[in-house]
Design a binder for this molecule. Structure first.
Ligand code: PNS
Length: 181
């Protein structure tokens, strides 16, 4: 039985991700959504939050489960018995980013990557844009599975509070000087 891994940082899982997972599941009988760490990004949501969100989003899909990826994706694929990685493409920028990863995974372990083109109506849906819209108070609930918007907003508040707490206290030199009379 062919098992496919749909990997990503899923920070957060979006309706675009769900579309790709559904398409992957139409190609193979078993799909493992691998929630991984992208070392070039700093995640907003914790791993537990990203796992919980992805699990809730795919709960009604037979043959789909969600697991954390603790290290290299190719090691995870081997542990899961997966021979193929499935990723979604929204456009040329995705292709440019994905091809080096696909080549590296093939180089490391002979793991092949299959690209599926996602639903065109979701081509603008990216986790990074979702977070940016939310950061400035914009609406994101129609871009993510139910409940994810609240989680993202709470995480952004958490981060803003932490940044405020870490900010240096004003020193005497920061005090506005009195105007000479
Ligand atoms: O959703 P993303 O951030 O584009 O997904 C990238 C991800 C997490 C799939 C990639 O960074 C990854 O596979 N990370 C696991 C560690 C690994 O294997 N790195 C080498 C990838 S070529």
């Amino acid at each position: 039985m062919t098992i496919a891994v749909c990997p990503g940082s899923f920070d957060p899982f979006t309706l675009g991700h769900l579309d790709v997972v559904r398409r992957a599941r139409r190609l193979v009988p078993e799909v493992v959504v691998g929630v991984a760490r992208n070392s070039s990004k700093s995640a907003l949501l914790t791993l537990d939050e990203r796992l919980a969100v992805a699990r809730a989003a795919v709960a009604d899909l037979d043959g789909v489960r969600v697991e954390p990826v603790p290290g290299l994706l190719v090691d995870f694929c081997r542990e899961q018995g997966a021979t193929v990685v499935v990723k979604g493409l929204r456009g040329g920028a995705d292709y440019d980013a994905e091809v080096p990863m696909a080549l590296m995974n093939r180089h490391l372990a002979g793991v092949e990557t299959v690209f599926v083109v996602g639903d065109g109506s979701l081509a603008h849906v990216a986790s990074s844009l979702v977070k940016d819209v939310a950061r400035f108070g914009g609406p994101i609930d129609d871009l993510v599975p139910p409940g994810v918007g609240d989680l993202v907003r709470a995480a952004l508040e958490r981060r803003a509070d932490a940044a405020a707490a870490a900010a240096p206290l004003p020193t005497s030199t920061d005090r506005p000087t009195e105007e000479p009379r």
